[in-house]
Design a protein around this ligand. Structure first.
Ligand code: KIV
Length: 255
């Protein structure tokens, strides 16, 4: 399937069975995820924190994103490969197209950028260049320095209304899906019911969106130093790794 066909078939999943999405930043993880049949692999700028050791995603560059997107793309997954556009890579429509094309050349089949209706000129320019786009509204990690903390969104009527208007505007602009991050459950469910493209939730509660995305290290329990409150680990790889390393050390030192 071509990237555009993959993106369209994701959009067509609205109202059908839930979309499954996970982040991956390297070849083996992408390959394992794809073997299980996950629909979408997000090369998220969360890699700045969970792979590169930065305090937040504001340190991530296009060079980082292209390097990791290319690694994921080498797995040739059936899943749609979604490349995250890092902070400042889409400050203008022209820059957005140039950098979306770089991610596309590195192997991303669609790109994601943060923000609501103010991003529509950039989203339209990328779509015009033939690259599918996924929106991202709610809590926006790239805004952490101005916001000061990761807070739930949609708590006031005004903020809920703004999120709904943003989702409707992005949907009308032609995004193939929208990530809702840390939006309170009622508001996430209202947005999901109101728009024609799928919502993919993270930290929005159960059954409020058309699908769910998780950061792979939250799922695997492999990054124990920062675990978001909504994370639901299915494994404890940090402990497994420590035990394996300790066993290796004992074996080498014969202790
Ligand atoms: O970068 C990322 O992993 C993301 C998800 C949190 C949606 O954008």
């Amino acid at each position: 399937m071509s990237p555009i066909e993959k993106a369209s078939s994701l959009t067509a999943r609205k109202g059908q069975n839930k979309i499954t999405a996970l982040t991956a930043y390297d070849f083996p993880t992408a390959r394992l995820i794809d073997e299980v049949g996950i629909d979408l692999i997000l090369v998220g700028d969360s890699l700045g924190m969970v792979v590169l050791g930065f305090p937040d995603t504001t340190h991530v560059t296009m060079a980082h994103m292209c390097h990791h997107t290319a690694a994921v793309a080498r797995a040739k997954p059936s899943a749609l490969i979604l490349g995250d556009m890092p902070i400042h890579s889409y400050d203008s429509p022209a820059l957005a197209v140039e950098n979306a094309q770089r991610l596309h050349d590195a192997g991303a089949e669609a790109v994601k950028l943060e923000g609501g209706m103010e991003q529509i000129p950039k989203i339209s320019a990328i779509l015009q260049a033939g690259i599918p786009v996924i929106g991202h509204i709610g809590m926006l990690p790239q805004q952490i320095l101005s916001e000061g903390a990761y807070r739930k969104k949609g708590r006031t009527a005004e903020s809920a209304q703004k999120l709904l208007a943003d989702a409707q505007a992005l949907s009308a602009a032609g995004v193939c899906a929208i990530v809702l991050e840390s939006v309170i459950p009622d508001v996430a469910a209202t947005i999901t019911a109101a728009i024609s493209v799928p919502t993919i939730g993270i930290g929005c509660g159960e059954n409020t969106c058309d699908g769910e995305v998780a950061v792979i290290t939250d799922l695997l329990g492999s990054y124990p130093w920062f675990v978001p409150p909504f994370a639901k680990p299915e494994a404890n790889l940090a402990t497994t790794i420590r035990q394996a390393v300790a066993a290796y050390k004992r074996r080498v030192q014969h202790t």
